[in-house]
Write a protein that binds this ligand. Structure first.
Ligand SMILES: [Mn+2]
Length: 328
């Protein structure tokens, strides 16, 4: 039996989100320690993270260092697909200037990209590929970022592709009118060669099956907003296990995760929702007005402005630094 442990959207950060009423750092540490323990007790061959490992490209290393110390106790490789929060301005080329990029450079994590990583054990070979977030994500065809070619097997028994993007069941997309660009899982499952397509980005869990293929997102490991469904949600990890006869998956709810009402401020519920809806409505109106896919996200505006002005790397670094400081 070969197993991989999948988790996503940990949003590790130096400060506690305003919506949390508990000892946030202690809660995050307990969760990470539980993940490390699960990887060991399940004898997982690898741990895979679906992106937004960090809440910011350069989070405070004092607090985050304590989190990373726990993750460093993993005895197996930690693969990460970069999320939008891990990089600057939705721009994958900024990765070397981020903490995630630094960790990859010194070999603490492995960035999962289109170059297959082969995981082997128990007579089974997994082919792992990934696609990090970028500014065109969910704005082009479902095959571009979410699919792997059916023929690409590299002598492996099973293919697993992990993407940080707004992949959702079609019904979920149509029930959320203010959702930004999204990709329907059904469209991906009809064209991909991957047995499993795993997503991060959207914080609520979902699962979809088409023709023997599975797409899923176990939901964010850390709850950072006071929303009704976050209050009701129990964070979980996903285990994918395979032998020569087949592949299957299950979810393991974290026993260290406290009930939502004990960690999230329910009094913020209405205010947070009203603000989110107003923001989403505003962004939708900009797109309808002809703003196009770009220029609605503050990071995107900054990035394009700097591109147009042709600023040098020092100015750009200073701009991102100040932007991040102002946003925290
Ligand atoms: Mn994200």
């Amino acid at each position: 039996m070969l197993r991989i442990l999948y988790l996503t959207d940990t949003h590790l950060r130096g400060t506690a989100p305003a919506s949390r009423t508990d000892d946030f750092a202690a809660a995050v540490k307990a969760k990470l320690a539980e993940v490390v323990g699960l990887a060991e007790s399940l004898n997982a061959a690898a741990v895979v993270h679906g992106g937004d490992l960090f809440d910011l490209p350069e989070p405070g290393v004092g607090q985050v260092g304590e989190y990373l110390e726990i993750l460093s106790k993993l005895h197996v490789p930690l693969f990460v697909v970069p999320g939008n929060h891990d990089i600057y301005g939705h721009n994958p080329s900024t990765l070397p200037r981020t903490l995630l990029g630094l960790l990859a450079r010194v070999g603490v994590v492995r960035i999962l990209d289109r170059e297959p990583a082969i995981i082997e054990g128990g007579g089974v070979r997994f082919r792992l590929t990934g696609q990090g977030f970028h500014s065109e994500m969910d704005r082009r065809g479902p095959a571009e970022d979410y699919a792997v070619p059916p023929a690409a097997r590299d002598n492996c028994d099973y293919a697993v592709h992990i993407v940080h993007g707004m992949l959702l069941p079609r019904a979920e997309i149509s029930s959320a009118p203010f959702l930004p660009a999204a990709t329907a899982a059904e469209d991906v499952l009809t064209v991909t060669g991957a047995d499993y397509t795993l997503a991060g980005h959207y914080h609520s869990p979902w699962e979809m099956h088409v023709g023997g293929r599975v797409a899923a997102n176990p939901g964010a490991l850390v709850r950072v907003t006071s929303e009704a469904r976050e209050l009701a949600r129990r964070p979980q990890v996903m285990v994918i296990e395979a032998c020569r006869d087949g592949i299957r998956h299950r979810y393991i709810p974290l026993s260290s995760a406290r009930p939502g009402e004990e960690v999230l401020d329910a009094a913020r519920l209405d205010a947070d929702r009203a603000r989110e809806e107003a923001r989403a409505e505003f962004l939708a109106s900009l797109e309808a007005f002809g703003g196009g896919p770009h220029g609605v996200d503050p990071e995107e505006v900054l990035r394009e402005t700097m591109n147009r002005m042709g600023v040098g790397p020092e100015v750009e670094a200073e701009v991102w630094w100040r932007f991040q400081e102002a946003r925290v």
